[in-house]
Design a protein around this ligand. Structure first.
Ligand code: SAH
Length: 475
């Protein structure tokens, strides 16, 4: 982090501004909103600043800058276009342990001014660390468009009730769940449009219903890797979760979408090894939810495709805890899109079959064979069994012409795709990173002409660790 954001209480704090022109004026008007005591050092000042002096809103010392003016000052701002003077002010302020801002000269600043969205008491401060003001402006517009002008009214209401609600619900998590409910309800709109009495009725109603808070479990699919492939519903529940139990396939970018104060536990199982047994996971889900938490069980891809979602669901149903299931894009579907391989095609594939690489019926491979009933077969969890799969395909006399795509870390910026045949693909499997998916069938031939994602990456459109994850996704 090049700059650390802080919110300063400047009430009655002395701020020294050197310069009396338009730039100084802009800073003065901004800082006056904070209740700071502003002192200006300049030989001359502009008319608007002069008016403020006459109204006794700021103090003006008509002189040139001297180190002695740095005494008993909280912040220093230099708004002059004299480079030598600016350097002097910057050096002396640093020497005196003062925060200093030299307008438009980042190298001499110990703090910079952020772009501010002021919906007092909601204040949002943004910066691109001085590198891209245009991008920052776009981000700001996005944020401004989603924050109602009247949001301050809602905060003021909450301020009035904050302590009483704390006292009433006692437990912190109940308090948080209560406010979440309030702000997600019609109450928000009622306050914003000025229907105070109705808002209050809604508020009281939620208090009544919230006293006996029950938890809830959400089984959520997080998609194959690119966080941009999360569903909106998944994003909503992830952001509301108190507890997130996630699998090892879930990427950090998805986890970062959860509330910072939510508790996150990796309950991933290692291949064949029991890292976290299914029973332990089921028990944790029920334990956390029984305490009134919103528990998100976050799984790679879709929870119901080789995700043990069904087993967890059975336990949850028997526990009588309320639950919801949010689907995700399964690896096969996400990867098909990100490799340009259509899983079905009127000419080449009548359907698609998903199988587990360690546990399948080899007869299923006959579906690849006949021209009339050609199907695409997608194999999950192939790494450890690639050689057996290949031998089974050969035993089933599957033509060596049928192409196989081996995809590692699909839909992420590390996506690797190799095209091979049923005899040779195990060699590739051993040399690339997990997770690996196989797509077998004539549709794989589309990769050569329709692959777009790896092309974009090799053209360096995306840097490492970037993804198609939109910058504005959180809004
Ligand atoms: N529920 C998940 C599958 C979990 S099983 C889903 O719907 O996608 C784990 C297997 O999924 C891995 O061994 C691999 O075969 C496949 N897989 C998941 N994400 C993948 C990815 N990004 N790239 C390649 N394969 C992936």
């Amino acid at each position: 982090m090049e700059y650390f954001p802080l919110f300063l209480n400047l009430k009655k704090k002395r701020i020294l501004i050197i310069g009396g022109g338009e730039v100084a004026k802009r800073k003065v008007f901004l800082l006056l909103r904070s209740g700071a005591l502003i002192q200006i050092i300049a030989k001359n000042i502009c008319m608007d600043l002069n008016k403020l002096v006459l109204q006794k809103k700021i103090e003006w010392i008509s002189t040139i800058f001297h180190e002695k003016y740095l005494k008993k000052v909280f912040l220093v701002i230099s708004a002059t276009n004299d480079n030598v003077l600016n350097s002097k002010i910057s050096n002396l302020s640093t020497k005196n342990f003062l925060f200093v801002n030299i307008v438009d000269d980042k190298s001499k600043c110990s703090f910079i001014f952020p772009s501010i969205i002021d919906r007092n008491p909601v204040i949002i401060s943004l910066t691109s660390s001085g590198y891209s003001p245009v991008l920052l402006k776009l981000i700001r517009e996005k944020i401004e468009s989603i924050i109602p002008f009247q949001i301050g009214k809602v905060v003021n209401f909450a301020k009035k009730w904050r302590e009483k609600i704390k006292f009433y619900f006692k437990k912190t998590y109940l308090v948080r769940i209560f406010w979440e409910k309030v702000f997600n309800s019609i109450f928000l709109n009622q306050i914003l449009i000025g229907q105070k009495e109705r808002a209050f009725i809604t508020f009281k109603d939620i208090i009544k219903k919230s006293k006996c808070q029950t938890g809830e479990i959400f089984i959520v699919g997080s998609g194959p890797g690119d966080p941009g492939l999360l569903t909106l519903r998944a994003l909503q529940v992830i952001q509301q979760a108190d507890i997130v139990l996630y699998d090892s396939l879930v990427g950090y970018q998805v986890l970062e979408l959860a509330r910072r104060d939510s508790k996150k536990f990796c309950v991933g199982k290692r291949y064949l090894g029991k890292h976290f047994s299914q029973k332990k996971i089921n028990d944790l889900l029920i334990k956390f939810a029984s305490k009134g938490n919103k528990v998100v069980r976050l799984k790679g891809g879709d929870p119901f495709i080789f995700g043990r979602g069904g087993e967890e669901l059975e336990k949850i149903v028997s526990s009588k805890i309320p639950f919801q299931i949010i689907p995700g894009i399964t690896a096969a579907v996400g990867i098909a899109a990100y490799t340009g391989i259509p899983l079905t095609h009127r000419k080449f594939s009548k359907g698609v079959i998903f199988i587990h690489g360690n546990d399948y019926d080899r007869n299923i491979f006959s579906f690849l064979k006949s021209k009339n009933i050609a199907y695409t077969i997608v194999i999950y969890m192939v790494k450890m069994n690639a050689l057996n799969i290949s031998n089974d395909l050969i035993k089933k006399k599957i033509s060596l012409d049928i192409p196989v795509a081996i995809i590692s870390q699909g839909t992420t910026s590390h996506q690797t795709v190799k095209i091979s045949c049923i005899k040779n693909f195990p060699d590739f499997c051993s040399s690339i990173h997990t997770p690996i998916l196989l797509i077998i069938g004539d549709v794989v031939n589309f990769y050569r002409k329709c692959n777009w994602f790896n092309l974009n990456m090799s053209n360096k459109i995306f840097k490492k660790n970037n993804s198609y994850f939109s910058l504005f996704y959180r809004s």
